[in-house]
Design a protein around this ligand. Structure first.
Ligand code: HEC
Length: 128
Protein backbone atom coordinates (compact mmCIF):
# COMPACT_ATOMS: atom_id res chain seq x y z
CA UNK A 1 0.00 0.00 0.00
CA UNK A 2 2.68 2.49 1.00
CA UNK A 3 4.78 2.02 -2.06
CA UNK A 4 1.77 2.45 -4.26
CA UNK A 5 1.09 5.85 -2.77
CA UNK A 6 4.60 6.99 -3.36
CA UNK A 7 4.05 6.25 -7.01
CA UNK A 8 0.84 8.22 -6.97
CA UNK A 9 2.39 11.22 -5.29
CA UNK A 10 5.32 11.17 -7.67
CA UNK A 11 2.97 10.91 -10.62
CA UNK A 12 0.88 13.80 -9.40
CA UNK A 13 3.97 15.95 -9.06
CA UNK A 14 5.07 14.89 -12.52
CA UNK A 15 1.69 15.76 -13.95
CA UNK A 16 1.72 19.30 -12.69
CA UNK A 17 5.18 19.67 -14.13
CA UNK A 18 4.54 17.94 -17.44
CA UNK A 19 1.42 19.94 -18.14
CA UNK A 20 2.86 23.40 -17.76
CA UNK A 21 2.60 24.56 -21.33
CA UNK A 22 -0.22 26.18 -23.22
CA UNK A 23 -2.91 25.39 -25.73
CA UNK A 24 -4.99 28.47 -24.86
CA UNK A 25 -6.49 29.88 -21.69
CA UNK A 26 -9.80 28.02 -21.95
CA UNK A 27 -8.49 24.52 -22.06
CA UNK A 28 -6.04 25.46 -19.33
CA UNK A 29 -8.93 26.47 -17.19
CA UNK A 30 -10.68 23.14 -17.72
CA UNK A 31 -7.40 21.45 -16.87
CA UNK A 32 -7.06 23.44 -13.67
CA UNK A 33 -10.53 22.30 -12.65
CA UNK A 34 -9.57 18.78 -13.59
CA UNK A 35 -6.42 18.93 -11.54
CA UNK A 36 -8.44 20.22 -8.64
CA UNK A 37 -10.85 17.26 -8.84
CA UNK A 38 -7.97 14.82 -9.27
CA UNK A 39 -6.33 16.17 -6.12
CA UNK A 40 -9.60 16.00 -4.21
CA UNK A 41 -9.97 12.42 -5.39
CA UNK A 42 -6.51 11.53 -4.12
CA UNK A 43 -7.48 12.95 -0.76
CA UNK A 44 -10.75 11.01 -0.80
CA UNK A 45 -9.05 7.77 -1.81
CA UNK A 46 -6.53 7.87 0.99
CA UNK A 47 -9.15 8.72 3.60
CA UNK A 48 -11.86 6.43 2.14
CA UNK A 49 -14.20 9.37 1.82
CA UNK A 50 -16.66 7.69 -0.52
CA UNK A 51 -19.08 10.56 -0.83
CA UNK A 52 -16.39 12.99 -1.91
CA UNK A 53 -14.94 10.35 -4.19
CA UNK A 54 -18.23 9.88 -5.97
CA UNK A 55 -18.83 13.60 -6.27
CA UNK A 56 -15.43 14.40 -7.71
CA UNK A 57 -15.21 11.45 -10.05
CA UNK A 58 -18.63 12.37 -11.41
CA UNK A 59 -17.56 15.97 -11.90
CA UNK A 60 -14.35 14.87 -13.54
CA UNK A 61 -16.36 12.80 -15.97
CA UNK A 62 -18.71 15.69 -16.70
CA UNK A 63 -15.80 18.00 -17.45
CA UNK A 64 -14.89 15.87 -20.43
CA UNK A 65 -18.24 16.81 -22.00
CA UNK A 66 -17.27 20.45 -21.77
CA UNK A 67 -16.74 21.89 -25.27
CA UNK A 68 -13.55 23.54 -23.99
CA UNK A 69 -12.18 20.05 -23.40
CA UNK A 70 -12.43 18.96 -27.03
CA UNK A 71 -10.01 21.59 -28.29
CA UNK A 72 -8.07 19.36 -30.59
CA UNK A 73 -9.89 17.75 -33.47
CA UNK A 74 -7.39 14.96 -34.04
CA UNK A 75 -8.74 11.43 -33.86
CA UNK A 76 -5.87 10.46 -31.59
CA UNK A 77 -6.87 13.17 -29.14
CA UNK A 78 -10.40 11.78 -29.16
CA UNK A 79 -8.99 8.33 -28.45
CA UNK A 80 -7.00 9.61 -25.48
CA UNK A 81 -10.05 11.44 -24.32
CA UNK A 82 -12.32 8.41 -24.42
CA UNK A 83 -9.68 6.22 -22.74
CA UNK A 84 -9.63 8.84 -19.99
CA UNK A 85 -13.42 8.85 -19.69
CA UNK A 86 -13.46 5.05 -19.39
CA UNK A 87 -10.85 5.19 -16.63
CA UNK A 88 -12.89 7.80 -14.78
CA UNK A 89 -16.02 5.67 -15.15
CA UNK A 90 -14.15 2.68 -13.70
CA UNK A 91 -13.12 4.84 -10.78
CA UNK A 92 -16.67 6.05 -10.30
CA UNK A 93 -17.94 2.48 -10.33
CA UNK A 94 -15.30 1.26 -7.86
CA UNK A 95 -16.17 4.16 -5.57
CA UNK A 96 -19.88 3.45 -5.82
CA UNK A 97 -19.16 -0.15 -4.78
CA UNK A 98 -16.96 1.08 -1.91
CA UNK A 99 -14.26 -1.21 -3.22
CA UNK A 100 -11.10 -0.67 -1.18
CA UNK A 101 -8.99 -2.72 -3.54
CA UNK A 102 -10.16 -1.46 -6.91
CA UNK A 103 -10.58 2.21 -6.03
CA UNK A 104 -6.90 3.08 -5.49
CA UNK A 105 -5.99 1.07 -8.58
CA UNK A 106 -8.62 2.89 -10.62
CA UNK A 107 -7.25 6.19 -9.34
CA UNK A 108 -3.78 5.25 -10.54
CA UNK A 109 -5.20 4.23 -13.91
CA UNK A 110 -6.86 7.66 -14.24
CA UNK A 111 -3.59 9.39 -13.38
CA UNK A 112 -1.77 7.36 -16.00
CA UNK A 113 -4.36 8.48 -18.55
CA UNK A 114 -3.61 12.11 -17.73
CA UNK A 115 0.08 11.50 -18.30
CA UNK A 116 -0.59 9.53 -21.49
CA UNK A 117 -2.51 12.33 -23.10
CA UNK A 118 0.04 14.94 -22.04
CA UNK A 119 2.85 12.84 -23.48
CA UNK A 120 0.91 12.53 -26.70
CA UNK A 121 0.56 16.33 -26.77
CA UNK A 122 4.27 16.78 -26.16
CA UNK A 123 5.08 14.44 -29.07
CA UNK A 124 2.63 16.32 -31.26
CA UNK A 125 4.37 19.57 -30.41
CA UNK A 126 7.80 18.16 -31.20
CA UNK A 127 6.49 16.86 -34.52
CA UNK A 128 5.24 20.33 -35.50
C1 HEC B 1 -7.32 13.77 -23.71
C2 HEC B 1 -6.20 14.57 -23.35
C3 HEC B 1 -5.95 15.01 -21.93
C4 HEC B 1 -6.14 14.29 -20.77
C5 HEC B 1 -6.66 12.86 -20.60
C6 HEC B 1 -5.72 15.16 -19.70
N1 HEC B 1 -5.29 16.37 -20.18
FE1 HEC B 1 -4.50 17.87 -19.10
N2 HEC B 1 -4.14 18.92 -20.80
C7 HEC B 1 -4.61 18.58 -22.06
C8 HEC B 1 -4.45 19.71 -22.95
C9 HEC B 1 -4.88 19.77 -24.42
C10 HEC B 1 -3.84 20.73 -22.20
C11 HEC B 1 -3.47 22.14 -22.68
C12 HEC B 1 -2.02 22.42 -22.58
C13 HEC B 1 -1.17 21.67 -23.59
O1 HEC B 1 -1.43 21.79 -24.78
O2 HEC B 1 -0.24 20.96 -23.16
C14 HEC B 1 -3.65 20.19 -20.85
C15 HEC B 1 -3.09 20.90 -19.79
C16 HEC B 1 -3.16 20.54 -18.46
C17 HEC B 1 -2.70 21.35 -17.34
C18 HEC B 1 -2.02 22.70 -17.44
C19 HEC B 1 -3.04 23.82 -17.42
C20 HEC B 1 -2.34 25.15 -17.32
O3 HEC B 1 -2.90 26.02 -16.65
O4 HEC B 1 -1.26 25.32 -17.90
C21 HEC B 1 -2.97 20.65 -16.20
C22 HEC B 1 -2.70 21.08 -14.76
C23 HEC B 1 -3.62 19.41 -16.60
N3 HEC B 1 -3.70 19.37 -17.98
C24 HEC B 1 -4.07 18.46 -15.72
C25 HEC B 1 -4.64 17.25 -16.10
C26 HEC B 1 -5.06 16.24 -15.16
C27 HEC B 1 -4.93 16.33 -13.65
C28 HEC B 1 -5.55 15.22 -15.91
C29 HEC B 1 -6.14 13.92 -15.42
C30 HEC B 1 -7.04 13.93 -14.31
C31 HEC B 1 -5.43 15.60 -17.31
N4 HEC B 1 -4.88 16.85 -17.38
C32 HEC B 1 -5.80 14.79 -18.36
C33 HEC B 1 -5.14 17.37 -22.42
C34 HEC B 1 -5.42 16.31 -21.55
Amino acid sequence: MNRKWHVVVALSAFLGFAASSSQGPEVNQVMREKLNHAQKILEAVVTSDWVSLETHSRELEQLTNDPRWMVLKYPEYARHSSAFVRAVQDLHRAAAQRDLEKTPQAYIAVTLRCVDCHRYLARLRIAK
